[in-house]
Design a protein around this ligand. Structure first.
Ligand code: NAI
Ligand code: MG
Length: 331
């Protein structure tokens, strides 16, 4: 029995969460779902976007599922607060195409690993008489942790190559440390093929020759931008999942936001949330159930009969999920 913190959030967050929990319930694993709140509606009800109770529930649980929240200007970001509070230093974003999903590259399968706690998202911004400045923090400790994590990930998943992405020619001190740390850590992983590239060239090669990449490790902002670009290569935000991993906790969430333009219509694509749940099952070492859920979704995508509008279909979220459920039960 696993305790799972469930943070549905706002907009389409609760919609994709609900159908995902229903699918988890039909697997051969027992879950105790503990609901916790975050986001805009939570702010209205409790006065904060992320109550301490939510952080405690997520910390104690075996894993956490996060839907999506509507950002409120001037308020703490609930997801960034959670990443920091639980020290979820590694953000894994698979870029994978699925047969049946219209994509620029129908055969792509790569992963972006993003440092999740510092860089330009360290949150140290300051108004100055002329405007404002933001601090880009790169510590040796965090760089070493994320590079080690990435090398271990390549080994564990049987992938072949790791590319460090940076801009050390301009950001000489911060990305200088990131790049040097990458090569220092690499000495313990002589079995892994590796290289490093500038972020601007990487942004171009992701479009022209994405197959040259297998796993990318990079700093926070670069990883955020490149992973959305990556999602665009394989069919968009509706199928892009992610994992936030720390020493003691794992939190799994779709890359997309609360989809205010489509929420309430039962047409959001649940795939990104479902694939995030697949990543959670793998994290819990429930490999067989993870494949079962992923295969059922793949089959529904491939058949193309019950797809949401963003995938070119006319189905409702609930109908697509129902189809996935039937595939799981058939297996
Ligand atoms: P968004 O990801 O919510 O939507 C972007 C576009 O993609 C929209 O046209 C939306 O309809 C579509 N889309 C997203 N997910 C989809 C799905 N599952 N199925 C079908 N279509 C989907 O990003 P946007 O509009 O920039 O932000 C909306 C709100 O979400 C904002 O308040 C933003 O700050 C917040 N946000 C929250 C995130 C989180 O909770 N981690 C991440 C990104 C944005
Ligand atoms: Mg983003």
């Amino acid at each position: 029995m696993y305790d799972i913190a469930v943070i549905p959030g706002d907009g389409i967050g609760p919609e994709v969460m609900k159908v995902t929990l229903d699918l988890l319930e039909v697997l051969n694993v027992q879950f105790n779902f503990i609901e916790a709140h975050a986001g805009y509606e939570c702010l209205i009800r409790t006065g904060t976007t992320i109550p301490d109770e939510t952080i405690q529930i997520a910390r104690k649980a075996d894993a956490a599922l996060f839907g999506a929240v509507t950002t409120v200007p001037g308020q703490k970001s609930s997801i960034i607060t959670l990443r920091k509070a639980l020290d979820l230093y590694a953000n894994i974003r698979p870029i994978k195409s699925y047969p049946g999903v219209p994509a620029l590259y129908p055969d792509l399968d790569m992963v972006i690993i993003r440092e999740n706690t510092e860089g330009l998202y360290s949150g140290i911004e300051e108004k100055t008489p002329e405007g404002a400045t933001a601090k880009r923090v790169v510590t040796r400790k965090a760089a070493e942790k994320i590079c080690k994590f990435a090398f271990e990930y390549v080994r564990r998943t049987g992938r072949s190559k790791l590319t460090a992405v940076h801009k050390a020619n301009v950001l000489k001190k911060t990305d200088g440390i990131f790049k040097d740390t990458f090569y220092n850590v690499a000495r313990s992983y002589t079995d892994v093929e590796l290289d490093d590239r500038y972020v601007d060239a990487t942004a171009m090669f992701l479009i022209t020759k994405p197959h040259m990449f297998d796993v990318i490790v990079t700093t926070n902002l670069f990883g955020d931008i490149l992973s959305d670009e990556g999602a665009g290569l394989v069919g968009g935000l509706g199928i892009a999942p992610s994992a936030n991993i720390g020493e003691n906790n794992g939190l799994f969430e779709p890359v997309h936001g609360s989809g205010p333009d489509i929420s309430g219509q039962d047409i959001s694509n649940p795939s990104a949330m479902i694939l995030s749940a697949v990543m959670m099952l793998n994290y819990l070492q429930e490999y067989e159930e993870a494949s079962k859920l992923q295969n059922a979704l793949s089959e529904v995508l491939r058949k193309g009969k019950k797809l949401t509008p963003d995938l070119g279909g006319t189905s409702k979220t609930g109908d697509m999920a129902q189809d996935i459920k039937e595939k799981i039960e058939l297996n």
